[in-house]
Design a protein around this ligand. Structure first.
Ligand SMILES: Cc1cc2nc3c(=O)[nH]c(=O)nc-3n(C[C@H](O)[C@H](O)[C@H](O)COP(=O)(O)OP(=O)(O)OC[C@H]3O[C@@H](n4cnc5c(N)ncnc54)[C@H](O)[C@@H]3O)c2cc1C
Length: 205
């Protein structure tokens, strides 16, 4: 299944993403682009503000903060509700999903993507299983031991921390959510003609 805007996975399902670094924004991008109601909470302490990327495939050289500015614009363009500076203080399960608390209020969603960098406190609070190495235990789909809760980025690895890996984790989590919603494996495949449909003739060139 493609990501055609008239044929999205589900317009009703909602995704709460905690953390707006590369992992969280990648999950948000795939979720929002494919029709899921997506909210990102971010404290803006991403390590990317300290980094300069020379090792992100397809990008020769870019400052970490510049990379984040582009990523934020990209998720915003697809309709993500990005709550910058809204730190999550608590997470928990509800009867049919998850709730997160911030100083600004409480939010509920069907799926939860944790992307809080190397800080694993919220995963522990939620009751996610950890590995012997002390990181959140996930498979290749990034789902934790708590159904419909995902962990991505630095929190699932003891040390191999790279932006490209975090972005891949976020994409894997969102695609798994989209597959669950669709009831079959989901492919977010676009072809050149989609650029014009999404962005208009001038930007597509
Ligand atoms: C000095 C330095 C240089 C680096 N250089 C490179 C490099 O050259 N190439 C490379 O690939 N990687 C580099 N990295 C690593 C790269 O920055 C990380 O791999 C990447 O940022 C991890 O992404 P992430 O999304 O998992 O976590 P992060 O980028 O750390 O993002 C986590 C986000 O979650 C937010 N958050 C945490 N808790 C909460 C909460 N409770 N509520 C709301 N928001 C929350 C934080 O504010 C933060 O914005 C470097 C890192 C450092 C420190």
């Amino acid at each position: 299944m493609s990501n055609d805007t008239d044929d999205t996975a589900s317009e009703d399902a909602s995704v709460l993403v905690v953390g707006g670094g590369p992992a969280g924004l990648s999950a948000a991008l795939f979720a929002a682009k494919n029709g899921l109601e997506t909210t990102v909470f971010d404290g803006d302490d991403t390590w990317m503000h300290k980094a300069h990327l020379f090792n992100y495939l397809g990008i020769g050289s870019v400052g970490g903060s510049e990379f984040m500015a582009t990523a934020r614009q990209q998720v915003d363009d697809f309709g993500t509700d990005r709550r910058q500076g809204d730190e999550v203080t608590a997470v928990g399960e509800t009867a049919d999903g998850f709730a997160v608390e911030t100083d600004g209020g409480e939010y509920e969603g069907d799926y939860l993507v944790l992307a809080t960098g190397a800080n694993r406190d919220l995963a522990e609070e939620l009751g996610c299983a950890f590995t012997e190495e002390g990181v959140v235990d996930v498979g290749v789909d990034m789902e934790t031991s708590v159904d419909d809760a995902y962990a991505t980025g630095a929190m699932v690895r003891p040390e191999e921390w790279q932006a490209a890996i975090a972005v891949g984790d976020g994409a894997a989590a969102a695609l798994n959510i989209l597959s669950k919603e669709q009831g079959e494996h989901y492919h977010d495949f676009d072809v050149p003609a989609d650029a014009e449909r999404l962005f208009g003739e001038e930007l597509a060139e």
